[in-house]
Design a protein around this ligand. Structure first.
Ligand code: SF4
Length: 349
């Protein structure tokens, strides 16, 4: 598979190293998206030492089509606009999962995901898929049935945590993000803070994302996500000051239309990050857990309102695809139809 390196000017890195939270203008509103989370499979070809999502071959799960259907109906009944589909990288690498997929009539995880996305659209919910590293052909296949897609860059640094895993190498993740741009897929990516990277690495990661966005215009938001401890990992959570400076760096590195996001269940003191540049809280579910971080429950929607008030800004609910992408060059007619209906619903709330 082709790999991509992005050259970022050292002078730009130096400039970002000087950025402080006070240099950044805060946003006027905070946005979020109401979602249900569908972890289609917990199988993964990797076993990253900071990850609480994957299961061993003996324990890995695969949602059945009935379970997917039930959750999508729950999404519709509770006003959720996004079906967040995720699974570990190449779940079919586990023989038992491959066997069960075949038994259900699917050749691999992407084949199953495609059908699940179609079903979400049928039921009036917008799919956002984040199923690990994909090839250009796989992205092309999934593009028409997704409102947006995502893959965390995590970092452009060569950190020890990623060393054994080909799909976690920055050159491969940048290739995936670039291919999403070529295919005009509205895209979410982000960095993980606290994996062993340094300040220059963080600056380079944001600049690499900015460079790809400048070429293709497809990045709608960049998540600044701190690592958290869990049953497998004891990586220390970065301090609030580190998060404030990283958020400010992201805000300064990225064009204004690309939102900087933090996950409100993982990041403490969110109101104090808004004046450093956070403008979005990502997907928040009133009905399902954050299966990637099961020890960290989502806040109630009312709590998001309080967060926005504390940060002295408004709270707005958005779709999983930003409105500037709602046209035929970025979205299929099926996605546009569902998005139109859901926008009307949001306006009526
Ligand atoms: S972080 Fe992603 S790639 Fe790594 S083990 Fe977890 S699901 Fe797999």
């Amino acid at each position: 598979m082709e790999a991509v390196e992005v050259d970022v000017p050292e002078a730009e890195v130096d400039r970002l190293l000087e950025v402080e939270p006070d240099d950044v203008s805060p946003p006027e509103e905070l946005s979020f998206c109401r979602n249900v989370f569908l972890p289609l499979s917990t199988a993964c070809v990797n076993s990253c030492d900071y990850c609480a999502f994957y299961d061993s071959a003996a324990d890995a799960e695969l949602m059945t089509p009935d379970e997917v259907e039930e959750r999508l109906r729950q999404a519709r009944d509770t006003g959720c606009t996004e079906a967040l589909y995720s699974y570990g990288t190449e779940p079919e690498s586990y023989p038992e999962i491959a066997r069960r997929l075949e038994e259900m009539g699917f050749s691999d995880g992407v084949d199953y995901l495609h059908q699940c996305c179609e079903r979400a659209l049928d039921l009036g919910v917008l799919p956002h898929s984040n199923p690990g590293l994909l090839s250009y052909d796989e992205l092309e296949r999934l593009a028409p049935v997704n409102a947006s897609m995502g893959l965390m860059l995590e970092t452009t640094a060569d950190v020890q945590a990623h060393e054994p895993w080909e799909s976690k190498q920055p050159r491969n993740r940048l290739r995936h993000i670039r291919d999403a741009g070529r295919l005009e897929i509205p895209f979410t990516t982000g960095v993980l803070v606290g994996l062993g990277e340094g300040w220059r690495d963080r600056a380079k990661s944001f600049l690499a994302i900015a460079e790809l966005h400048e070429r293709f215009g497809h990045v709608q938001e960049v998540i600044v996500q701190n690592v958290v401890s869990n049953e497998r990992s004891s990586y220390p959570r970065p301090s609030h000051d580190v998060m404030r400076r990283t958020v400010a760096m992201a805000r300064e590195a990225l064009p204004r239309e690309v939102e900087v996001q933090v996950p409100p269940n993982l990041t403490p003191q969110v109101p104090a990050l808004v004046d450093a540049g956070v403008g979005d809280l990502g997907g928040v579910s009133p009905v399902t857990d954050d299966y990637v971080n099961p020890d960290y429950p989502w806040p109630e929607i009312d709590r998001l309102r309080e967060t926005a008030e504390e940060a002295d800004c408004g709270l707005v609910e958005r779709l999983p695809v930003y409105e500037r992408y709602l046209d035929e060059s970025w979205c299929s007619p099926e996605v546009l139809d569902v998005a139109d209906e859901l926008l009307e619903d949001l306006e009526g709330r």
